[in-house]
Design a binder for this molecule. Structure first.
Ligand code: SAM
Ligand code: FES
Length: 360
């Protein structure tokens, strides 16, 4: 194997940093031996903190209405072919009750940016989940909100936090402003997205940013900027999955992101932030039948099975060929447990909070 690659990976593990040129060379190096060494180091870094535990998050996709028009996304506002649905508070709570029985101790409420759900409604849902199940964590993933200090700012994020929300996922999508403009309509702003992430951190959430791998127009230099942003923001979670085309978007004919590049990025992020919570995403499991297992072996430590009611599963279609849209939650968890055990890991019943790791 190339000894300079080994040296570089060892330095990345030790210093959690490399030069720009070194990062680019690692991002683009698809030599199987180098990849295997990289994922081995990432696996080792994760084991030191989280052992072989894999945390599960029950994903409740509670609305596929969205006021945004992200060009890559199957539930974007202008996709008139998307069959829209919303879950009411009782339906969301019943997903949580079922999930609790199955051993979930984190619920992720995700949806399009749907103004139908007022802040009062979100606050009420979060409070009720916490009242029924005080030992769970609630993660919100409901997009950008007006932030404190902005004209007409609603302080929504703070209200959700005070109601009991623990974590917030808001992928930055790409840390290159021009690339962000390329992927999004004019009315969306990179700066506002980053301001939201900083606000969420300030409030005290465990925060997740992240990006798609292989999104249209993405270059290695963009991934380098993603790395630099992640180093600066120090999020508690990073959501990384391959871009997958959706037939009703302008990117319908683009290829999906590479599994190998996604795995390399997972490993690099693990070595930069050893204590980060890193999901092996459904998108990774969609582009390769063993994608989630390979994600865990490359340094991920979270999986997010779907808890949405089976009647709406196949309507939350961000991309084509999404897996697990037909299975019941219990079936998903059985399947994932078997998959994790087959590679020497185990799914645990735990909130699975971020652990701040201090090197001795
Ligand atoms: N509305 C919320 C937001 O914007 O953060 C949460 C829902 S949004 C659908 C969740 C994530 O799905 C996005 O951050 C994006 O990275 C991912 N996504 C959307 N379209 C995708 C695609 N075609 N392929 C892979 N991931 C996609
Ligand atoms: Fe809003 Fe995708 S465009 S969730």
């Amino acid at each position: 194997m190339k000894s300079h690659s080994i040296d570089m990976i060892d330095r990345l593990e030790k210093n959690r940093d490399l030069t720009d040129d070194e990062f680019i060379s690692l991002i683009t190096d698809n030599d199987p031996e180098v990849m295997s060494y990289l994922s081995g180091r990432a696996d080792n870094a994760r084991r030191r903190i989280y052992g072989n535990d894999v945390y599960i998050r029950g994903l409740i996709e509670f609305t596929n209405y969205c006021k945004n028009n992200c060009k890559y996304c199957g539930i974007r506002r202008d996709n008139k072919n998307a069959e829209r649905y919303r879950l009411d508070e009782d339906e969301i709570l019943s997903c949580c009750d079922i999930g609790y029985e199955l051993g979930f101790r984190t619920f992720v409420l995700q949806g399009g940016e749907d103004p139908y759900y007022t802040d009062d409604m979100i606050v009420s849902i979060v409070r009720e989940i916490k009242k029924r199940h005080p030992d769970v964590a609630v993660t919100l993933s409901i997009g950008e909100k007006e932030i404190r200090g902005e004209q007409g700012g609603t302080d929504s994020y703070r209200r959700y936090f005070e109601a009991g929300a623990d974590r917030y996922l808001l992928r930055h999508e790409t840390a290159d402003e021009d690339h962000y403009k390329y992927l999004h309509p004019d009315e969306m702003s990179y700066k506002h997205r980053i301001d939201c992430l900083k606000e969420l951190k300030d409030i005290g959430y465990q925060v997740g940013c992240g990006m798609m791998i292989g999104s249209p127009g993405q270059k290695p230099e963009h991934l380098l900027k993603d790395i630099r942003l992640i180093q600066e923001l120090k999020p508690e979670m990073v959501g990384i999955g391959p871009f997958i085309p959706h037939h009703d978007t302008e990117y319908a004919d683009y290829p999906h992101g590479s599994v190998e590049l996604t795995l390399r990025m997972l490993s690099i992020i693990r070595l930069i932030l050893p204590d980060v919570l890193l999901p092996a995403t459904t998108a990774l499991g969609t582009v390769a039948f063993d994608g989630r297992e390979r994600g865990i072996l490359a340094g991920a430590n979270v999986v997010m099975p779907n808890l949405s009611p089976s009647g709406v599963r196949d309507k939350y279609l961000l991309y084509d060929n999404k897996i697990c849209t037909g299975d019941e939650a219990a079936e998903c968890i059985r399947c994932l447990s078997g998959r994790m055990e087959s590679i020497g890991y185990r799914i645990v019943v735990s909130r699975g909070d971020h652990v701040r790791f201090v090197e001795k």
